[in-house]
Every structure is written in structure tokens, then in C-alpha cells.
Design a protein around this ligand. Structure first.
Ligand SMILES: Cc1ncc(COP(=O)(O)O)c(C=O)c1O
Length: 385
């Protein structure tokens, strides 16, 4: 066989997917595993959104749309950000993509030249470094401390800026840490971007999952250098429908759409219409989000209290649906500790290695309250409490 490209040979598979696959393998073999690996709501999408997808099919909305998404959906996105976040975008600043993942990829591909550095607070979501690498860039991780609840330190970010820095990534609420970054910290980071003429890539996928404190829209300060990335997956429970979007200055939105137009063109037309209805049905969608938020919060409280009681220090996450547990009392190597949990407790978690969180593992509590309670009991049996 002829050889593969150097680019693809250097690219690693997502560790989240790898540990999830291990859990599935055990499940298939008949082992009763509680999977706390996936970053996916366990809720069905709201009924009005399901009905909209049926309607889209019945109305024959089956053709290509504009590469950047339908005008109606982009207008609904503009209205959402005006209503909920006080941001004043226009539809030509919006590019709808096949998931927030593609929006981020479009952004990195459009702003990075080979060797450009991107500052990413760590622990981080594993796809940032992979996508930055694909775009020829270099990830510069800046460690956040568990003692600080994994909130980034603007001074540490300032110290990491070099003449090669092109962008800073912020992700609040965060995957994998669940940290909700306070407004003052985000403003300090945005000011650094302004002072050093950098792009700010703000991943806001988990906006609607904040349990304490408030969500801060980063684009309020320097919209001319901010790329807001959002999507339907988390807050609207539409993961498999693959709708994400970016809001950016017009020139960058055009550039991202030029790339997308040559790679995938428009995101799924039926899902675009359903997402439009999700955004336009303001009250019904807000009620769905309040319901899911209350359920996640209950599960979080159960999980985090349980893990801390078991001597596995776990900072309280204030958003998203993840907790980062310190597993060093099980084993100093987080992959060994996660394997112990999988094989002995039959609880699948993701070791922190690829998140740059040595000694820690990520537990997703987007599973039922009963499963969370059962997982804590199983872990208790293994750690001998
Ligand atoms: C932090 C973060 N950003 C972006 C995404 C992309 O989500 P999607 O492509 O489903 O919109 C995810 C999904 O796991 C995520 O956790």
C-alpha cells in the first residue's frame, strides 16, 4: 500500500472515543458498565424540535442550502445572541456548520499560518490541539490549577504570549473541567488579546449549562477579533443532528465559508430547519433547558459529594456536565487508575492524559441520577470505603 500523509500519521485519535469504545466493548461482552465517558446529553430533544424535523421532511426541505446556512437559521442565531447575550451580529457574520467542531476547524484553518502559536488553557478539550495541529499551528498549553477550580490565570496566559502567538482559546463552561470562568477573568484575557493583536476563539457550546454564577459572552468586548463558536449539541440535546455555528467579523466569516464551501458545503438541511425552530420557540426551549439543567445539577451534586467523600478530591464544577476527579490515591498514573475503575468498579471514565490533566480523570454525569448513585457505590467498593 502507498504511504499515508505525514499530517495524518501525526494525528492521534480522540482519547474520549478510545475509552468509550473500551466501555462499549465490555458492554457488548455482557458486562454491566456505567459509561461516564461521553459528552452527550442523555435527554431526547424537545418535542417541538422533533416535530420541526418531521415538518422539514414533509415540506421537501431536502435540497442544498447556501453553504453558510439558510438565511432564516442565521437570522434566528443573530436573534438568539441579541436576546440572550446582548450581542449585535448580522446574518453575514454567521456560518452554520456540521457541528461546533467544524466551526472551530474552519476558524483555526482561517486564522493560522504554519508555526503560529495558540494559547489554550489546560486541562483542555482534546480536539483543540488536534485541529490546531491540522491547521499547521502549535498549541501552547497554560496550566490551570485544581485549587483554583481550573479557572485560567490571565497572568500565566500573559507570560505565554510570544511574537508567534496568533490566538487565545477560551471555553467557559469548560469541557473537561466544568469551570465557569468569572467575567473579570475573561475580560482580562480579552484585554490581552487586544493589547497583543490576537484572535479570541470563544467556545460557548455549554452556555446553557451553568449551575452557579453567570455565563459571560466574550464577544461583547472586542467583536472585531472574536470568533464565537456555538451549536445545538449540548444545550439543545441535538448532538447527532450536527449543527454548530460561528459568529465572526464579516471578513473572517467569509473566509471560513470559503473553506467550508470547498469541503462540506451546507450542514444538514433538515437539522438546520429544526435548529431554527429550537431557537425561535423561545419559551418552550427555555423550559426544556431549565428542566435539563435542574437534572444535571442534581446529578452533579450527588457525584461530586460522593467522590470527595471517597477521598477522591473533585473540585466543584459550576457548569457543563463533567467533573474532574483526582484519582492519585488509586494510582499515580491516571490511565492505570481509570483502568482500575473500568475493570473493577465497572465505571468508565476518561483518563486526563490527553486533556493535560495528569492524575485526574473526567467523569461525565450526563447519565441518569440512578446511574450516578450506582457509580459512586461501585467506586466506593473499589477504594475500600
Ligand atoms: C468544548 C467543546 N467544544 C465543541 C464541541 C463540539 O460539539 P459539536 O461538534 O457536537 O457541536 C464539543 C463536543 O464535545 C465540546 O465539548
Amino acid at each position: 500500500m502507498p504511504q499515508f500523509s505525514a499530517l495524518i500519521q501525526a494525528l492521534r485519535a480522540s482519547s474520549t472515543i478510545a475509552f468509550n469504545a473500551k466501555a462499549l466493548e465490555l458492554k457488548r461482552a455482557g458486562v454491566d458498565v456505567i459509561a461516564m465517558t461521553a459528552g452527550e446529553p442523555d435527554f431526547q430533544p424537545p418535542a417541538h424540535v422533533l416535530a420541526a424535523a418531521h415538518e422539514a421532511i414533509d415540506r421537501g426541505m431536502t435540497k442544498y442550502t447556501a453553504s453558510e446556512g439558510t438565511l432564516e437559521l442565521r437570522q434566528a442565531i443573530v436573534n438568539k445572541h441579541a436576546r440572550e447575550n446582548g450581542l449585535a451580529f448580522t446574518p453575514d457574520q454567521v456560518v452554520v456548520s456540521t457541528g461546533g467542531k467544524q466551526s472551530l476547524y474552519n476558524a483555526f484553518m482561517s486564522i493560522l499560518d504554519p508555526g503560529d502559536e495558540v494559547i489554550v488553557p489546560a486541562p483542555y478539550w482534546v480536539s483543540y490541539p488536534a485541529q490546531i495541529q491540522l491547521a499547521g499551528g502549535v498549541t501552547v498549553p497554560v496550566a490551570c490549577r485544581a485549587e483554583d477550580g481550573f479557572v485560567p490565570d490571565p497572568e500565566a496566559i500573559a507570560a505565554a504570549i510570544t511574537p508567534r502567538t496568533r490566538a487565545i482559546v477560551v471555553n467557559s463552561p469548560s469541557n473537561p473541567t466544568g469551570a465557569v470562568v468569572p467575567e473579570g477573568v475573561l475580560k482580562a484575557i480579552a484585554d490581552l488579546a487586544e493589547q497583543h493583536d490576537l484572535w479570541l476563539v470563544s467556545d460557548e457550546l455549554y452556555e446553557h449549562l451553568v449551575y452557579e454564577g453567570t455565563f459571560t459572552p466574550v464577544a461583547q468586548w472586542y467583536p472585531e477579533r472574536t470568533v464565537l463558536v456555538h451549536g445545538a449539541s449540548k444545550g439543545y440535546a441535538l448532538t447527532g443532528w450536527r449543527i454548530g455555528w460561528a459568529c465572526a467579523p464579516v471578513a473572517l466569516a467569509k473566509a471560513m465559508n470559503r473553506l467550508q464551501g470547498q469541503v462540506t458545503s451546507n450542514a444538514n438541511a433538515v437539522a438546520q430547519y429544526a435548529t431554527q425552530v429550537a431557537l425561535e420557540s423561545v419559551e418552550a426551549t427555555a423550559a426544556f433547558q431549565a428542566m435539563t439543567r435542574a437534572a444535571y445539577r442534581e446529578r452533579r451534586d450527588l457525584l461530586v459529594a460522593g467522590l470527595n467523600d471517597l477521598g477522591l478530591p473533585t473540585p466543584m464544577p459550576h457548569g457543563a456536565f463533567y467533573a474532574m476527579a483526582d484519582l492519585r490515591t488509586i494510582d499515580p498514573d491516571e490511565t492505570v487508575a481509570a483502568t482500575v475503575l473500568l475493570e473493577q468498579a465497572r465505571v468508565a471514565v476518561v483518563p486526563g492524559t490527553d486533556f493535560l490533566a495528569p492524575g485526574f480523570a473526567r467523569l461525565s454525569y450526563a447519565c441518569s441520577t440512578g446511574q450516578v448513585a450506582e457509580a459512586v457505590q461501585r467506586i466506593a467498593a473499589v477504594v475500600g470505603r
